[in-house]
Design a binder for this molecule. Structure first.
Ligand code: DLL
Length: 432
């Protein structure tokens, strides 16, 4: 079942022509409306008119998360704010978030892509979708919401959290599709058991999970516990949100919505474009976005291109499951966290030393982040009460910055292992 067969199954020659003409428009839009793009393109000696074929894309400079940060909040927008109908944002590398904007047409495109994605996953008009992705600045909640309404399915905009209520609603409202992060799906499956229910007591049949890394093992676990088909969805705010790529039930890679995004895989060290099959960093270029055109965006996500035709009939190239990141970004309960954000907070406190470690674990399938930080010699001999107050203060500050709960553990001076090279700041005990 296709939502838009014309584009989902477009012959590749035709698709390439469409991509080229859309790419030309995007370059012009960016060059003439975004000072950052004009500057970097001029520095690279490449102007929009120089683009003759899709292969010329490799001459264009990359765009990085830091470019969005440096142009915070609206400097990368190619339209006046009066044309922007929605803002979303995600975590930045040091405190400042990345702000993304959408024109009415961008929202329509996103909705179309989410409608296609849901249909690709096998979801139909008569499904009842329980959307447990967070609603708000995060793109997950609203992205799924509008796509589900578009295909005429029934959406339950429950957002994340309050798991017992999730289960109760799942049972009482006859939910057939669950959308959330894969770790939350596992947690929900446990609570279902704790509440004395079995998958057979529910109507669930499909899950669409993403926003964080997961594995084939985790898929098997979720499918076994919930008795559903679990499919992977990929996206990022800078490109549009969820719906950049989605698995079909053949479970052999995620179809990229190539009429709206160009995908490349590059060697993260040299920047060279790699052929299909080779592992590297995903780089996306938007083809139709108005408010925030984005050229060769370095996602930091590691994957590979799968060019073989898919049995589902869609002609798009696919990407393999995300296998890791090129940087130290952690995803904790679906929220992107950079260690530098935490360091930034810690350095504001004179009572601590700049030696810290982030210990991440999964307890009952939920991510737990513990920040271990050394206190100064002087502080260490203070009374327990002042240490407690300090720990609480740090915890509050980090929680305000990251928007997720953390535990703070103050440790004795000189107990965090010193390194002679790159500091080992992260101990990730999660098994995915
Ligand atoms: O996580 C958008 C999204 C929402 C995708 C709901 C899927 C479902 P950001 O908050 O900007 O956007 O985070 C983007 O999350 O660069 C990846 O590192 C990671 N990510 C997203 N989907 C997957 C996935 C949303 N399926 C960052 N597998 C990306 C692994 C994923 N990592």
């Amino acid at each position: 079942m296709y939502w838009n067969e014309k584009y989902e199954c477009m012959p590749r020659d035709e698709l390439k022509e469409l991509q080229l003409s859309r790419l030309k428009n995007t370059l012009e839009r960016a060059f003439y409306n975004v000072p950052h793009y004009r500057r970097v393109m001029q520095n690279a000696g490449f102007e929009p008119g120089d683009l003759k074929s899709l292969e010329d894309l490799k001459y264009l400079p990359f765009t990085y998360k830091k470019d969005l940060r440096e142009n915070y909040p609206y400097g990368m927008f190619a339209v006046p704010l009066s044309e922007v109908v929605r803002i979303h944002s995600s975590s930045g590398t040091t405190g400042k978030p990345t702000v993304v904007g959408y024109t009415r047409s961008d929202i329509n495109v996103w909705t179309e892509l989410m409608a296609r994605s849901l249909m690709t996953a096998g979801i139909q008009k008569n499904d009842v979708i329980q959307n447990a992705y967070g609603y708000g600045l995060f793109t997950g909640g609203l992205g799924f919401h509008y796509g589900a309404e578009k295909i005429g399915a029934t959406i339950i905009p429950i957002s994340g959290g309050n798991t017992k209520r999730q289960v109760m609603i799942m049972k009482d409202y006859g939910t057939t599709v669950l959308t959330c992060t894969p770790s939350y799906a596992l947690h929900i499956s446990e609570v279902i058991e704790e509440m004395g229910l079995k998958p057979e007591d529910l109507n669930l049949r499909i899950g669409v999970f993403g926003a964080e890394p997961w594995s084939e093992n985790m898929r098997r676990e979720i499918e076994g516990r919930l008795k559903i088909t679990a499919l992977d969805i990929y996206g990022l705010s800078e490109i549009i949100g969820p719906g950049v790529a989605i698995e079909c039930p053949h479970k052999n890679g995620l179809h990229v919505q190539e009429d709206h995004f160009l995908v490349e895989v590059i060697d993260p060290k040299t920047g060279d474009v790699l052929p299909p099959g080779e592992k590297g960093e995903l780089v996306f270029t938007s083809l139709t976005k108005e408010a925030l055109p984005i050229i060769r965006y370095r996602t930091g996500d590691i994957s590979r291109l799968i060019a073989e035709p898919c049995a589902c009939g869609r002609t798009s190239v696919k990407i393999g499951r995300i296998e890791g990141r090129t940087d130290d970004m952690l995803i904790i309960r679906g929220v992107n966290v950079f260690p530098s954000q935490i360091e930034h907070v810690l350095l504001q406190f004179g009572e601590t030393e700049p030696h810290y470690q982030l210990v991440v674990d999964r307890v009952d399938h939920l991510d737990v982040l513990e920040v271990h930080v050394e206190v100064s010699e002087k502080m260490f001999f203070d009374d327990v009460r002042s240490l407690e107050i300090l720990s609480k203060k740090i915890q509050n500050e980090i929680e305000t910055t990251l928007g997720i709960s953390v535990k703070v553990k103050l440790v004795e001076p000189k107990t965090i292992e010193r390194s002679e090279g790159k500091a080992k700041r992260i101990i990730d005990k999660r098994k995915i």
